[in-house]
Design a binder for this molecule. Structure first.
Ligand code: HEM
Length: 433
């Protein structure tokens, strides 16, 4: 395929259905009521797309594999696994040929690691090719490896400038950001998600060992998804259910509209099937948050803390599946105008086009900072067809009541590559050929 020939879902498999989109789950359907039904579909059809709760119950989670080949990369519409790593790299190779070799190598390793298998035996007297962390046989463990490119890869080094995704830029600081360059940007972002932490670390070791210095680590953040307490959507470190309102990843039309780059648009043809990925490393001021009265915490987010339900729902058993509604609350007496959810999605005609993104965030928990403060927060991650949707939404959120309790300090903008279609294909082939 060349840059002139746009990718279509049909390149990947008959029928034009995307496997991840077709069998993914609505993240706002994570309640106990539907978990059984959807979990069954996930188990039967894709194995790895069962919910974390299903996986935990099954007892053999580490043997599940998320399919690697597809029109879209796994790790985007895939329901989030419990552990994640975001690792950013600067590419050090000197020409386009070496860059292609790097992506071929990354593809081969990702194909193997996500399927699992036995590493080759070491010749007598040499070091083993695999560190052995996962034992003699590597189990897939629901591993997904998702590769995305930063704007800097499209500078003069590899002659890719004319093929840059139309909206890809380097992240500029927003009003309340204090970005640390050592935690920001990068030529390549690799998102590694799995059921267990040893798998994500083994993957990172493996990718670094096999790419042999062709890319230099720039920054990395290890993070997790907390278990549902007591059911449904996991809670973040502020104690709120986080990830309730999200696009329905089983709805192909909606995913094509809000997440996946489409052929025959302003985007270069090779980009179809990819998506813009935003990562924001946001530290929480937990000490200050713990002093905020419950009613005020709820007004800051615009949802009930225990149930996750919208503000109009007073019963402690109210469902988080209820939709927030603002039509009878123009002054924000029930859901404040500066609350997080109301600014993220004000539900007005003017903001309709900039109010839907696919959130797939993780929570991080690092060691104490130099002053002995808790260094915990969010690895906020979202995917959207237009980067400008995120930027407009974030500009609205600069005025939110949550601002005093969060400090954005890193991350960046990336373009998550289209999927690897089959054994002959490799990451970024359409871009590089
Ligand atoms: C980093 C700190 C953040 C925290 C702790 C946080 C937490 C939350 C929580 C608790 C909810 C309500 C439950 C839900 O629907 O998931 C929510 C909703 C949402 N958040 Fe965030 N969020 C953060 C950052 C962001 C950012 C940076 C954006 C995008 C710029 C964003 C966009 C959204 C959207 C679109 C919704 C759903 C709004 C709706 O349609 O009701 N969030 N967030």
């Amino acid at each position: 395929m060349t840059d002139e020939e746009p990718r279509t879902p049909e390149d990947g498999w008959p029928g034009g259905e995307c496997p991840a989109g077709a069998f993914g789950r609505r993240s706002f359907l994570q309640g106990a009521v539907v978990a059984g039904l959807v979990g069954t579909a996930g188990r039967n059809l894709l194995g790895g797309d069962a919910s974390p709760a299903d996986r935990a119950r099954s007892g053999d989670a580490s043997t599940r594999a998320v399919p690697f080949h597809g029109y879209h990369q796994a790790g985007i519409a895939t329901p989030p696994q419990p552990t994640g790593t975001f690792a950013s790299f600067d590419v050090t190779v000197s020409n386009r040929g070496e860059l292609t070799e790097l992506f071929r190598t990354l593809t081969a390793r990702a194909r193997f690691l996500t399927a699992g298998g036995t590493p080759p035996k070491a010749p007598r007297g040499s070091a083993p090719p695999d560190g052995g962390i996962l034992g003699p046989r590597i189990t897939p463990d629901d591993l997904t490896i998702t590769v995305a490119l930063g704007a800097t890869l499209f500078d003069g080094r590899y002659g890719l400038g004319a093929r840059k995704p139309a909206q890809l830029i380097t992240m500029k600081p927003f009003r309340h950001d204090a970005l640390d360059l050592g935690l920001s940007q990068g030529d390549v972002l690799i998102q590694i998600c799995a059921d267990h932490r040893d798998t994500t670390l083994h993957t990172l070791f493996d990718l670094l060992a096999h790419t042999g210095g062709a890319m230099k680590p720039r920054w990395r953040i290890d993070c997790q998804r907390n278990p549902p307490r007591p059911v449904g959507t996991p809670r973040d470190w502020f104690g709120f259910k986080d990830g309730i309102a999200n696009p329905d990843t089983t709805d192909t039309a909606q995913m094509n509209q809000v997440v996946w780059a489409q052929p025959h648009t302003a985007e270069p043809a090779w980009a179809a099937g990819g998506t813009y990925q935003v990562l924001r490393i946001v530290r929480f001021d937990i000490e200050a948050w713990q002093k905020v009265p419950l009613a005020q915490q709820e007004r800051i987010f615009g949802r009930r803390k225990d149930s996750g339900a919208p503000m109009y729902a007073l019963s402690e058993n109210a469902s988080d599946l209820l939709d927030p509604i603002y039509t009878n609350d123009p002054q924000g007496l029930i859901t404040p105008l500066d609350s997080h959810i109301r600014l993220a999605n004000p539900q007005t005609p003017e903001t309709a086009a900039t109010s839907t993104i696919l959130r797939r965030s993780y929570d991080y928990n690092q060691t104490l900072d130099v002053h002995g403060g808790l260094d915990v927060g969010h690895a906020f991650c979202c995917f959207q067809r237009e980067l400008n949707t995120y930027i407009t939404m974030q500009n609205r959120l600069e005025g939110e009541a949550l601002v005093p309790y969060i400090s954005p300090r890193g991350g960046g903008y990336f373009f998550a590559l289209p999927g690897v279609l089959d054994d002959q294909d490799y990451y970024a082939r359409g871009l590089l050929t």
